[in-house]
Design a protein around this ligand. Structure first.
Ligand code: 3HC
Ligand code: NAI
Length: 653
């Protein structure tokens, strides 16, 4: 096999090109090719070396598929030491994304240039890791302590222009990167620019108190993850010790993280997310229908967020509401949300205005005549949804995709009221829809392959993580939530308090405990749904007696200020002795003996409830694969990525 690294002398500049699709990851052949080429170039006619990449991106990181396997020589720190030690100046020329080990490679070069569109970053923390090839040591020497802590503990990439302001990038290239980089290399040679090693730069002045402050902050934010604390220690070492000592500290911390179950879980989720986007049995060349305009029906909690998700991706949206008042209410919530994003610095005023301008409203379904996709997000009422789909069948152009955001209803029954069941699909967003990453894509019995392929591709465009689900009550996520919630009710009756259950689950890593989730969603929603069921359908009264009693006392959750907890004006939950009393009465009434319950039992039973239902979902073919269920829970339900999702956790404990 030929090497993924090639070399060509362009005048007096040695151009080293990495060509290793899809993302030029630093697999062993790339590391070896770079080491051999940089070493050989020390003895040729070149005056300077430029490292750049072919394809869509600069090196996007170490090869994650090699993690957890025996190291193969040359290892990355060794390669980067060799690049930095080059007697000829080395210039990294960046396009696309220089991430992780890729950005560390650029840091080991003596100069860095980039296209303005490029992004740089150290996202290792998102894999439960820290930069393991000098990133924690070289970055602070160029960008200072504060910026490095921000960059490495968040893992969020920054633009090349921001990188330039921080001293991480020296020059932004306009036009062709290769030409621009070679021209700049010639300039540097002509100026006699020195070999400038990042490892030898002094760390700019810093406030010595910053490390303790940061340690406290990441301990709060990282909820039990070990990598963020290690990152602070490594950056502190960079600022207070020699480069060599700092590298040794980084190496030890990196190894500890790499061997941890946390990183194994997060790496599993990285690949699970990408695997979920692939649909078994769907041909790779399935045609995609163009989607340039979208209609959203209903401008409530979900409709507004869905409209924003499309507008944020540059796609025009028409929102339909029942009357002008409802439409104005829906549009003004969107205005408020964009205003909030501007205030928090997430969007510039002009970008927010451009996105907002893409959303228009109407009370007339005729406005949907030409849209390529419609997403229905009206009340969760099956008859209303069917009426709307009949209307859409009459109004929409042939080939338009008709989607429902229903949480529970039968997508096939909705499709059956139209004369185009093949164009109907479920697109189940999560609240708040402009923020939550998960999109359950519900494939009906008759959904056409190209409709499914189009929605999967579109999901990526609007920056969602799609997971295919078959049709069943609640699809993957909400169906699993039912036994989870019911188990929480049993635990309450048996002796645990709401706060013990929630605290146990949150300490274990869930973003929010189950009872706080129910209070947030509104206890009246489940209550109303139960009212429509027969006693048989409702199941064991032990699984719903407490929430029924709460609703009957007017305790609907956060919206009424009381539920499983009492809420203060800042929506902070406080335990309420009245709830404890009510639970005791319910337990006595239902003949449940109360006892003291350990936190481990709470976690064990709740997670087992999820996993048992997950296994059924898998056996029934509702989910394509076990890892898809993990993606649903991590991206839609606040399950800790560091545990790899419920199925991964159960299989690896
Ligand atoms: N190693 C191995 N495979 C990788 C990879 C990596 N670092 N990055 C991406 N891939 C694979 C993906 O699994 C996917 O494979 P598939 O087509 O078989 O599913 C393919 O490359 C394309 O990836 P995406 O679908 O994610 O492509 P996008 O264009 O959407 O995104 C990207 C590109 C922004 C580079 C994104 O892939 C990404 O964020 N990659 C991970 C970057 C990262 O975390 N780097 C740090 C690695 S850890 C490290 O470097 C440690 C060091 O400090 C020692
Ligand atoms: P909502 O009550 O906030 O909004 C529904 C909106 O639909 C209202 O503004 C209403 O005026 C409008 N509407 C009703 N009939 C209409 C019609 N005939 N034409 C046009 N507009 C009409 O409801 P929400 O929460 O946004 O839920 C909508 C759908 O999304 C439901 O199916 C729900 O199950 C689903 N969903 C809800 C989630 C949530 O967390 N709220 C999460 C995921 C899905």
């Amino acid at each position: 096999m030929s090497s993924p690294v090639s070399y060509r002398l362009e005048g007096s500049i040695g151009v080293i090109t990495v060509d290793y699709p899809p993302v030029n990851a630093l697999s062993q052949p790339v590391r070896k090719g770079l080491l051999d080429t940089v070493s050989a170039a020390q003895n040729d006619a070149s005056a300077a070396l430029v490292i750049l990449c072919a394809g869509r991106t600069f090196i996007a990181g170490a090869d994650i598929t090699e993690f957890g396997k025996p190291l193969k020589s040359p290892w990355l720190p060794e390669l980067l030491a060799a690049i930095e030690a080059s007697g000829k100046i080395v210039i990294a020329a960046i396009h696309g994304t220089a991430l992780g080990g890729g950005f560390e490679t650029a840091l080991s070069a003596h100069y860095r240039c980039a296209l303005a569109s490029a992004r740089i970053g150290l996202p290792e923390v998102k894999l439960g890791l820290l930069p393991g090839a000098g990133g924690t040591q070289r970055t602070p020497r160029l960008a200072g302590v504060q910026a490095s802590l921000d960059l490495i503990t968040s893992g969020t990439p920054i633009s090349a222009t921001e990188g330039k302001a921080l001293g991480l990038i020296d020059r932004i290239i306009d036009g062709d990167l290769r030409e621009g980089a070679i021209a700049w290399a010639n300039e540097l040679v002509a100026e006699g620019a020195p070999v400038r090693k990042s490892s030898e730069q002094p760390v700019p002045e810093f406030d010595p108190g910053i490390f303790d402050a940061y340690r406290t902050e990441v301990a709060r934010r990282a909820r039990g993850q070990i990598a963020p604390g290690h990152i602070v220690n490594c950056v502190e070492a960079a600022a207070t010790q020699s480069f060599e000592a700092g590298m040794a500290i980084e190496r030890a911390a990196f190894t500890e993280c790499m061997d941890s179950p946390q990183s194994a879980g997060m790496r599993h989720i990285f690949f699970a997310e990408r695997t979920a986007a692939k649909v078994e049995g769907l041909a790779k060349d399935t045609p995609i229908r163009p989607v340039a305009t979208v209609g959203v029906i209903g401008g409530g909690t979900m409709g507004g967020g869905i409209a924003m998700s499309f507008a944020n991706a540059g796609i025009a949206v028409t929102m339909i509401e029942i009357n002008d008042e409802a439409l104005q209410r829906g549009l003004s919530i969107i205005d408020r949300n964009y205003g909030g994003s501007v205030k928090r610095g997430k969007l510039s005023e002009s970008d927010a205005a451009a996105c907002r301008a893409l959303i228009s409203g109407s009370t007339d379904y005729a406005a949907l005549a030409d849209v390529d996709l419609v997403i229905e997000a009206v009340f969760e009422d099956p008859e209303l949804k069917k009426t709307i789909f009949k209307k859409l069948d009459g109004v929409c152009k042939p080939g338009a995709i008709l989607a429902t955001n229903t949480s529970y209803q039968d997508v096939d029954a909705i499709a059956a009221v139209t004369n185009r069941a093949e164009d109907v699909i479920g697109m189940h967003f999560f609240s708040p829809a402009h923020i939550m990453k998960l999109l359950e894509v519900v494939r009906g019995a008759k959904t056409a392959d190209d409709v499914l392929a189009t929605v999967m591709a579109l999901a990526k465009k609007i920056r969602k993580v799609p997971v295919v689900s078959g049709v069943c009550y609640g699809f993957i996520g909400n169906r699993m939530l039912r036994p989870y919630g019911e188990t929480a009710q049993l635990l309450l009756l048996e002796g645990a308090s709401p706060q013990q259950i929630d605290n146990a689950m949150e300490s274990w890593g869930m973003a929010m405990g189950p009872l706080r989730v129910f209070d947030l969603a509104g206890l009246d929603v489940g209550y109303k749904a139960r009212q429509a069921l027969s006693d048989d359908e409702k199941g064991d009264p032990k699984t719903y007696r407490i929430p029924d009693l709460l609703v009957e006392l007017g305790r609907m959750g956060q919206k009424s200020g009381t539920g499983f907890y009492t809420y203060d004006e800042n929506r902070r939950a406080k335990p309420d002795p009245a709830v404890d009393g009510l639970i005791e009465i319910a337990a006595e009434d239902l003949g449940v003996e109360r006892r003291s319950i350990k936190d481990e039992e709470i976690v064990d039973r709740l997670i087992s409830a999820l996993v048992d239902e997950g296994r059924k979902i898998l056996a029934e073919g509702i989910a394509q694969r076990s890892s898809d269920i993990d993606v649903v829970y991590v991206y839609g339900y606040g399950f800790p990525a560091s545990r790899g999702g419920p199925m991964f956790y159960a299989d690896n404990r």
